[in-house]
Ligand binder design. Structure first.
Ligand SMILES: NC(=O)c1ccc[n+]([C@@H]2O[C@H](COP(=O)([O-])OP(=O)(O)OC[C@H]3O[C@@H](n4cnc5c(N)ncnc54)[C@H](OP(=O)(O)O)[C@@H]3O)[C@@H](O)[C@H]2O)c1
Length: 257
């Protein structure tokens, strides 16, 4: 249940069918906050929502494709009709399609930009007027270490995440004084569903190149719950304070064996 004296806040989470998004939804629901879950795989969304409800939480699942403006609008409308006005929006959905810049298809780049950059921008545009009017709210953008440390084989993904961080920082300036906080949560290497469908023939040279350029220093990974904890610390930060950028990494071993 929500902390005594602190009202529950209604949450929207994109990309809630797996990985970080599902963990963030479970984590915030455990505070007693109602959560709306959006993603394309409805069967997976329903399973996450059911697990939250079975644990005593309030969850609402609705299909969402962040590359489609009408779908964003329908998701926000349905979520707010079911749970009430959103207070906290977690823009987490993302996709990576690896390949060298001169080999990867332009369609892959388009998907990465539409999902990781334009989608979150359109979602922000959809939810911000109401948050500003109520003079309180959080919009959290899940970016990536790639935003500041680009990696070979991930040109489109890195460019999109760098653009997203710039957008989030612009919002932070535009929102100053409104009570609405725009925050970047920037995770390092993590164990989720991302990457498991990548072609092993690409992954081998990709990992070699990451090692060569020092962006793969060890083999430890964050778990989705770690990132959920970082998001929780951002959205539960006391009113009047702002954790505006949280970078989270797996702790490195003393030395790599
Ligand atoms: N894994 C890592 O190492 C890592 C590190 C740093 C940052 N990140 C970022 O963390 C975020 C979550 O990724 P993850 O690691 O948790 O991977 P994941 O398990 O693959 O989750 C990605 C989520 O995004 C959703 N998604 C993808 N395209 C979508 C679309 N067009 N519309 C709506 N939802 C969409 C997926 O759901 P559906 O397929 O059901 O739509 C899924 O729920 C992403 O933004 C990713 O870039 C990941």
């Amino acid at each position: 249940m929500s902390e005594p004296g602190k009202p529950a806040r209604t949450v929207l989470v994109t990309g809630a069918s797996s990985g970080f998004g599902a963990a963030i939804a479970r984590d915030l629901a455990a505070l007693g906050w109602p959560v709306a879950l959006g993603a394309r795989r409805v069967d997976k969304l329903d399973a996450v929502a059911k697990a939250i409800q079975d644990a005593g939480g309030k969850a609402f699942a609705h299909p969402l494709d962040v590359t489609d403006r009408d779908s964003i609008d329908a998701f926000v409308h349905a979520a707010e009709t079911s749970l009430g006005p959103a207070d906290v929006v977690i823009s987490n959905a993302g996709v990576g399609i690896p390949g060298l810049a001169h080999e990867v298809s332009p369609d892959a780049w388009r998907t990465e930009i539409d999902t990781n950059l334009l989608g979150p921008m359109l979602l922000a545009r959809r939810v911000l007027p109401a948050l500003i009017e109520r003079r309180r709210g959080d919009i959290v953008f899940v970016t990536s270490l790639n935003a500041t440390q680009p990696r070979p084989f991930q040109s489109g993904y890195s460019a999109a995440k760098a653009g997203l961080e710039n957008f989030a920082q612009t919002l932070k300036l535009e929102l100053e004084g409104t009570g609405v906080r725009s925050t970047i949560v920037r995770p390092g290497p993590s164990q989720t569903e991302m990457g498991w469908d990548w072609d092993p023939e690409l992954v081998k040279p990709m990992l070699k190149s990451w090692k060569r350029f020092g962006v793969l220093r060890h083999h430890r990974f964050l778990q989705p719950e770690d990132v959920a904890g970082a998001v929780r610390s951002v959205v539960t930060a006391p009113t009047g304070t702002h954790l505006d950028l949280v970078q989270i990494n797996p702790e490195a071993p003393l030395e790599e064996s």
